[in-house]
Design a protein around this ligand. Sequence first.
Ligand code: GTP
Ligand code: SPV
Ligand code: MN
Length: 591
Amino acid sequence: MATQPVIPAAAAPQVPASLDAWVNEVRALTAPARVHWCTGSDAEAAALTAELAGKGELLPLNAQTFPGSHLARSAPNDVARVEHLTFVCTQNEQDAGPNNHWMAPAAAHQKMTELFRGAMRGRTLYVVPYCMGPIDSPYARCGVEITDSAYVVLNMRIMTRMGSQALERIARDGTFVRGLHSTGDLNPERRFIMHFPEELAIMSFGSGYGGNALLGKKCHALRIASWQARKEGWLAEHMLLVALDSPEGKTFYVAAAFPSACGKTNLAMLIPPAALPGWRVRTIGDDIAWLHPGPDGRLYAINPESGYFGVAPGTSPKSNKNAYDMIRHDTIFTNVALNASNEPWWDGAGGGPPVTDWQGRPYLAANGPAAHPNSRFTVSARQNPSYAHEADAPAGVPISAIIFGGRRRSLAPLVYEARDWSHGVLVGSGVASETTAAAAGQVGVLRRDPMAMKPFAGYNFGDYWRHWLSVGARLKHPPRIFHVNWFRQDADGKFLWPGFGENLRVLKWILGRVSGGLGARETPIGFMPAAADLDSTGLAITPGALEELLSVDATAWRGELASLGRDFEQYGERLPAGLKTELEQALARLA
Ligand code: GTP
Ligand code: SPV
Ligand code: MN
């Protein structure tokens, strides 16, 4: 039998009594064979990697072309977030809202306690202290995930500031979010992702995948944090963050909320097209932003994460060269295919054709796609060639524009600008998008996804929109709010807009609006560029397509807003009057 790699012993950590007591309580309940306190060291990661490789749970990839990289295959029934099994457990059901699945906290605790009882028998219990945000930022918040998955530990080490430093900060803060996770038996019948915002606690059982299991990400940094943010006067959002350096030497910071698998990572890593020289796009974050009103009346943002859990399919030198280069070493791939050279493969990966599919079977077209549509890479943000040093700024960056967007084959134009903040809240609340493989269920179905937060808001959307309105009212210099859609299709189902790097043309118009230099025409849905306002130097697109991308179909929009009004009805008394007024005014402009 192979000898068990030895995990280096950590110096006895300064453990706050509340953490120590909780670990002991969980240990008594779950009965693990051993407990390991994670330090986040390189040696620890190497030992865990070797251990998983020894068990065949991580497959080393081609050491010449993908050094330090591995492939993980999840259970075939455990490949995406499970929204139908995700619950927000508040004392009052109305606080979770119609936008969440709800369970009474006592019932949820009882259910989860039974699932966790003895669940770690024979396994290692890992204590994973982590910090969301720069370790010395007043806006950062810490958590501790207890998990029995070494894969989760390795991912958390990339995605968060994990280990000793976080533990020290927890000792200083005296508070932390408690996340308890076990992969259990991966039986979807015994899979639940439970949130207890009033207790700052998360319990996740039965999945080892992404947002279900890496509890710092969607569970903490969005669902629990959005609840905390409302109490404390800030916002936790499903947004990328970019720095845009203009040819004139100015830097702008922009946040953008698109639903899962709708282009955040790609926009965050955009490479300017040759036709727009002098621009530079640098990445602060690709998925989550925490936004705080600053003392100067502007909105400041930090990225709570330190890595990317990005969609692999579509990542190519043409679409996203920065990402393509970034993931050529020290990357964990999950559910991609393999080619004959033992290199990871997906649509766009290049290299030889796939020979082994994501489930480890010989690749056969009849079995479906070689790489799972929600296959992902986990990689440190530090490996990003366009990494923005501002990602480590404790005070965050001042935001000039917030962009909402969705994947819509029709209706939503390429870009439009909200009239002001509260109209922008209406625009955000009206985001709708075709579902993607990021969540279990049907793909391509149009659904309402307000602020791209439908799966992630930890409380009632009525209260959430009220909070958005109140944050705006506190800002002397609120960011301008825009809506974009890269996914409009023609009658043949082809995208009308080339997307990717060319999206900079839209960002350029947005920044022109922010600094006052660029024109717009007023339309019933907001301000839009006339075709001449958009820089189309060297852009390969027909005038007809551009016209369609920048058109407003008033009849269809009346239907859209009427449907939004019906969606609003479910929030009853919790719907803020200000949003109702915005909707009435928007409808009147379309009359
Ligand atoms: P999550 O990590 O799930 O939150 O996704 P995300 O919003 O970061 O999406 P990502 O950037 O990974 O893009 C998802 C898919 O959309 C990929 O397959 C991309 O290639 C594709 N995509 C991204 N941007 C564009 C675009 O501008 N146009 C088109 N047509 N596709 C795009
Ligand atoms: C998303 O689905 O929006 C993701 C991936 O970013 S996961 O971490 O699985 O939530
Ligand atoms: Mn996401």
